[in-house]
Design a protein around this ligand. Structure first.
Ligand code: FAD
Ligand code: NAP
Length: 867
């Protein structure tokens, strides 16, 4: 393959953009012997660091981390002068790399890509540039940057001003002298926070127009600490590897502690340490719930705002500078040097646009509703059309004639933030749906470039020449992204992460928030699973490996990761007492569930005159109430009346029924049929004592989870055989229904998903002899006749070993003419639904349980349960 860029128009790969992404992509293409060219609007390399030359421009990730890791020699040749290098220094670094690797030879500068069209017949991209030139290439890589398309000014009259106009994002190369000038700055994001102190140093008068105050912590720039250098120098390869597998691309452990778990003193001490550290990574690394819990976030908000108040002399100005309408880090926080102190200078004025919005820009300045300002220069620090702007800024037409802009009309659709359906062979570096702007971008850029390169090499080796994600893979990745973001406070802010800064832009959370480490794991898995979610074809034929890379709901994934971290022995090896103790302790560490009206403990008569403890949960509303008799999970061996406390509270509150959770007898002390018999006895006792308990006689339902679902189902069957008590409905959550057979879900979900197959086997062995398992009192699915049973809601979870037993029971009930709603919970595991306030993606399932109960009781319900 040739690699001659002299006037050639045919390439294996066209790369757009000569920032850090495009430069490294070119290097890797050359090494892999692909012919490649880079097209770049600017007249030199550097991207972000070429364009953003405003005073004070620096990186906000320590430069030792924000640098290439792929050239070991370079790491020794280039020594950064300070913690956060300036724009000129970073630009020199980019130029140094370009020189060292002779990159410019294959870069066409002053060349803007205007359009790109996929030619299906030729299987090539046809690319048109601003000079009318046309190139074509098998593969097309957009290394166009996430923060490279300046936001078009959306301030009325912005074209009218006759004085000097500057944009931080396209600053003049010769710099600007503000001496003796009256300057207005619009915006208070990172670019403004960096430039305002330096503009103020020069100019005669400065007025800052602030729409949203921003959180900023001191950068504490200066020499990089010996400690950090030592950490890096000790083993640079390991250091970089740690960065690649970290949350944001900078080595640091994920925090384990909640901000709400510690004393006020401890919290303040940790926040002080964060304040002293002067690194953005510290903000997310103090507590584990800053981005997910509004109260936790509020503790940090108050701390930072107090610091702002301490820096600003005028209390009224200080208040204006304290962010109060978004959570810390839900908009990109800033690192500052003398930003807040600048407002103490007599010639610097802050104008709060929330109180007095800009009416128009005039020939001579800016008019707000209340005042007119005259300026010699106006600086727009108004940001970017981030993440998608540069991509849809090119008129890209895909395989079905649709433009990328139209395809993304409702928000970007990507698989892994790397490719998009309908746009074969088009790769995006750090595209929407990848960690990109939430990470040290250098790490994310390198990961994408390496992934793209390895993919192209793999396609070549297998004689494929076309790659495109599948619809399913893409739509589920987008869903996964949104679900992850929805677990956090991030979507609540009017941020550029949400596209909220650009009028008319669809508002979706753009980057992937799961972290660099989880993202890398997902990408590696896609490759290891033979390009899962991609359709490949070429001369050698085609390979469509349709599938979903992340099927577990993100909060379930987080829960399983937390459990795995504990590295516990399997429960079945703990012994019966050990396992019981463990279940009680782990339950105690979960959120308590909602408050109810009253909680009462009592004892009822079980079968064989056994005394069974119960806990009664009464709703806050005035009684009498219908009653739900609830049977807890725990494999007939573990648990008691209070181990499913959060779920019982939830069901009580939301179904407006009394929930009576019964501690039926457990194995191995009381083996089959003790639990089954106790189930019926408890229901009978409650029915007979309904009035005393504050219930409505005759309005009784049963519910249960797992083995408790088995007990509830058996109780409903036994009550029908016995001719009473009358049960008006059953809610069966992941019920065990058949101990005689192996089903696919037993094998598919045997391990690592909470309930394991071997634990389930241990439960059965403790509970019931093999010979008794075909008794319907043990395996309700095997009952000969299921007709006449009360209506049922059966909930099964996709990643539960018991899934197929529950599915089979729902089908069998339906087959017998019972009114059934079967809710198959995608992406959930056996323990998801009882995890109130932990697995929030299962909230709809809990709601469905409560709704079903209300309907069984004939109570009005806000939504239909579908029964
Ligand atoms: P860019 O550097 O944006 O380069 C894209 C290039 O593509 C540009 O040169 C552009 O001219 C060119 N281009 C775009 N469209 C076309 C077209 N149609 N035709 C031809 N050429 C085109 N990230 C961090 O991780 N840490 C930081 O500290 C940090 N600081 C930042 C400071 C500022 C002021 C800004 C704006 C961003 C900062 N970022 C930071 C994000 C930064 O953008 C990335 O770190 C990184 O530089 C992006 O590199 P890139 O090559 O992907 O894109
Ligand atoms: P930005 O964060 O989007 O800030 C733009 C500012 O302009 C905001 O204060 C915004 O207010 C305001 N604004 C926009 N339109 C306005 C209007 N019509 N009227 C009044 N005010 C308006 O942009 P940025 O400062 O250029 O930074 C963008 C990103 O680049 C950063 O978040 C960061 O990722 C990166 N960056 C990093 C550094 C660094 O320190 N290394 C420096 C600069 C940039 P609202 O908030 O109300 O929209």
């Amino acid at each position: 393959m040739t690699n001659n860029n002299n006037g050639s128009s045919e390439f294996d790969v066209v790369i757009v953009g000569a920032g850090f992404a495009g430069m490294y992509q070119l290097k890797r293409m050359r090494e892999a012997s692909f012919s490649a060219v880079v097209l770049e609007t600017a007249d030199d390399v550097g991207g972000t660091w070429y364009w953003n030359r405003y005073p004070g421009a620096r990186c906000d990730i320590l430069t030792v981390d924000y640098s290439y890791s792929w050239d070991r020699e370079l790491e020794k040749e280039w020594v950064w002068s300070e913690r956060y290098a300036t724009q000129p220094e970073i630009l020199r670094y980019a130029q140094f790399v370009a020189d060292k690797h002779d990159l410019r030879r294959d870069i066409r500068f002053n060349t803007r890509v205007n359009a790109a069209r996929w030619d299906e017949e030729q299987r090539r991209w046809v690319i048109t540039t601003n000079d009318g030139g046309q190139l074509n290439a098998r593969y097309y890589v957009m290394a166009t940057g996430c923060l490279s398309m300046p936001k078009v000014p959306d301030v009325a009259g912005s074209e009218r001003f006759t004085g000097e106009v500057y944009f931080t994002s396209t600053w003049p190369h010769d710099g600007v002298d503000f001496s003796g000038k009256r300057v207005g700055v619009i915006g208070t994001g990172s670019s403004a926070v960096q430039s305002i102190p330096l503009i103020a140093e020069q100019c005669e008068q400065l007025t800052v127009f602030q729409r949203t105050p921003n959180f900023a912590i001191p950068a504490r720039n200066g020499a990089i600490s010996e400690e950090r250098i030592a950490a890096y120098k000790k083993d640079p390869v390991a250091y970089r590897e740690e960065a690649r597998w970290s949350e944001i691309g900078v080595p640091r452990e994920r925090p384990q502690l909640s901000a709400l778990q510690v004393s006020e003193e401890e919290r303040s001490a940790r926040y002080e340490a964060m304040w002293e550290e002067g690194e953005l990574r510290a903000v997310g690394a103090v507590y584990n719930d800053i981005l997910t819990n509004a109260d936790a976030n509020d503790t940090m908000r108050r701390f930072i705002n107090d610091k702002i108040r301490a820096k600003v002399d005028d209390p009224a100005i200080a208040e204006l500078l304290c962010p109060d309408n978004h959570y810390v880090a839900s908009k990109r926080p800033c690192l500052d040097t003398n930003y807040f102190e600048t407002y103490n200078l007599p010639h610097v004025k802050l104008l709060d646009l929330r109180d007095d919005p800009i009416a128009t820009i005039t020939e001579t300045g800016i008019d707000t509703g209340k005042a007119s300002f005259e300026f010699d220069a106006i600086v727009f620090a108004t940001g970017f059309d981030a993440m998608t702007g540069a991509l849809v800024g090119v008129d890209i037409i895909g395989s079905d004639g649709l433009t990328l802009r139209d395809a993304w009309d409702h928000g970007p659709q990507t698989y892994l933030g790397l490719m998009s359906v309908g746009f074969p062979n088009l790769f995006m570096i750090t595209g929407p749906g990848s960690p990109s702007v939430l990470s040290n971008m250098m790490v994310s850029i390198e990961q994408h470039v390496d992934l793209i390169t390895d993919t192209l090499v793999s396609l070549r080796e297998k004689d494929f020449d076309r790659i495109e994600p599948t619809e399913l893979a893409q739509s589920r990745w987008v869903e996964h992204n949104n679900e992850f973001a929805d677990l956090t406070l991030m979507p609540s802010a009017n941020s550029w992460y949400m596209g909220a800064n650009v009028p008319g832009k669809p508002q979706v959370f753009l980057p992937y928030i799961g972290g660099v480490d989880r993202y890398r794991t997902a990408c590696d898995e896609v490759v290891a699973r033979n390009y899962l979610g991609f359709a490949l074809n070429g001369p050698s034929g085609q390979q469509v490996n349709d599938g979903i890379i992340r099927e577990l709901k993100p909060d379930v994934q987080l829960l399983l990761e937390a459990i795995a971290e504990l590295d516990l022995p399997p429960m079945e090896t703990m012994g019966v007492d050990g396992a019981r103790q463990f279940m009680i302790e782990s339950g105690a560490s979960m959120p308590p569930g909602p408050d109810v009206g009253e909680i009462m403990d009592g004892t009822l008569s079980g079968a064989d005159r056994s005394a069974l403890e119960y806990r009664l949960y009464r709703p806050p509303s005035g009684g009498p109430h219908p009653i739900t008799v609830y049977f807890h999970g725990g494999g007939w061996v573990l648990g008691n009346a209070i181990t499913d406390d959060p779920l019982c509270r939830y069901l009580c509150l939301h179904s407006d029924s009394i929930v009576i959770s019964v501690n039926y007898r457990h194995a191995p002390e009381a083996r089959f049929p003790a639990a089954a018999d106790d189930g019926l006895a408890a229901v009978t006792w409650v029915s007979e004592h309904a009035q005393e308990l504050g219930g409505v006689p005759g309005r009784l339902a049963v519910a249960g989870w797992s083995a408790g679902g088995n007990v509830a189902a058996v109780a409903a069957q036994q009550a029908r055989f016995a001719g009473g008590p009358e049960i008006c409905g059953q809610v069966l959550l992941c019920p065990a229904t058949d101990g005689t057979d192996r089903r696919p879900s037993h094998h598919e979900n045997a391990e690592n998903l909470g309930l394991t197959l071997s634990l389930m086997d241990w439960f059965w062995d403790n509970y019931c002899d093999e010979g008794n398992r075909s008794d319907p009192k043990a395996s309700p699915l095997l009952a000969r006749d299921l007709s006449g049973l009360p209506p049922a809601l059966v909930l099964t979870c996709q990643f539960d070993p018991l899934r197929d037993e529950g599915d089979a029971y729902a089908d069998a009930l339906k087959g017998a003419g019972v009114k059934v709603r079967h809710l198959e919970c995608e992406g959930q595991i056996h323990t998801s639904i009882p995890a109130v306030d932990v697995v929030v993606t299962a909230e709809y399932a809990r709601e469905a349980m409560a709704t079903a109960l209300r309907e069984f009781f004939g109570e009005p319900s806000p939504v239909s349960s579908g029964l």
